[in-house]
Design a protein around this ligand. Structure first.
Ligand SMILES: Nc1ccn([C@@H]2O[C@H](COP(=O)(O)OP(=O)(O)OP(=O)(O)O)[C@@H](O)[C@H]2O)c(=O)n1
Ligand SMILES: C[C@](O)(CO)[C@H](O)COP(=O)(O)O
Length: 233
């Protein structure tokens, strides 16, 4: 059996939401954002264990008000995060059991992942070593100079918006994070750390619905998607 464990970073401040309540705890159609995220991962037969990364001091709240309140299964540990996403993910990786084969890393702030996308990303991670969900860019993307004049137009047919989950062989993602710590560099996603090692990262086409709750209008879109899903059964 291939053992798959998920690390869910949910220790961010949600500064770009600009609200007093952290975005992972905001209600989204009756369930907190992080509740939606954990449920889709926990309900998937391809995932065996989950490590939830919470802000230091919020571990008990996450256990009581999220995990137990919503009956989330497969939680192996709730660990404290760090000041940056990368540090939070690394803390989560350290809590995985050593018999883990594949690590899925999925933002706590992406509550709309479709369950059917999980087997494909896990399979790609196992086959290629590293894989990320992503969607093709829809707009034309300009590169600017420092003066905010256009310096060029990027080739849209090769541009992807990177999402999570990202899937990795256990040893590879541990090494990628440890090398980043030693080299004192950060990436905005975990696949980026693997890229720096010169290892391939497979792109798996995902869904535009798998948005990250980042700014207030994302909540409106997320609510509409959940309502539409419920209406269609
Ligand atoms: N120190 C951090 C920062 C981020 N995250 C998590 O990483 C995911 C993606 O990060 P992002 O959307 O940037 O969240 P925040 O850092 O909370 O947002 P902001 O940058 O607006 O403060 C989120 O689930 C967030 O909780 C984390 O676990 N620890
Ligand atoms: C990992 C990620 O979700 C990929 O899109 C993203 O890079 C993390 O979020 P942030 O907003 O860049 O911190």
């Amino acid at each position: 059996m291939v053992k798959v464990a998920a690390v869910i970073p949910a220790a961010g401040r949600g500064a770009r939401m600009g609200l007093p309540v952290k975005k992972q705890f905001l209600q989204l159609e009756g369930i907190p954002v992080i509740g939606h995220t954990l449920k889709v991962i926990a309900d998937s037969p391809v995932v065996h264990d989950i490590v939830l990364v919470a802000s230091p001091g919020e571990e008990a709240y996450c256990r009581n008000a999220i995990v137990e309140r919503f009956g989330i299964r497969k939680i192996a540990a709730i660990v404290p995060g760090g000041s940056e996403r990368q540090e939070s993910v690394y803390n989560g990786l350290l809590a995985l059991s050593a018999d883990t084969d594949i690590v899925l890393i999925h933002d706590g702030a992406r509550p709309l992942l479709r369950p059917e996308e999980l087997p494909a990303i896990v399979d790609a991670g196992a086959r290629y070593g590293a894989a990320t969900l992503a969607v093709p860019v829809k707009d034309t993307v300009k590169l600017s100079g420092e003066d905010e004049f256009v310096a060029g137009t990027l080739p849209r047919e090769r541009l992807w918006l990177t999402q999570t989950p990202q899937a990795f062989r256990y040893q590879l993602i541990i090494e990628a994070h440890q090398r980043a710590m030693q080299g004192k560099y950060t990436g905005t996603d975990d696949a980026g750390l693997v890229e720096i090692l010169g290892q391939p990262v497979k792109i798996v086409a995902g869904s535009y619905e798998n948005l990250k709750i980042t700014t207030p209008e994302d909540l409106l879109v997320a609510s509409a998607i959940i309502k539409a899903r419920r209406a269609s059964g």
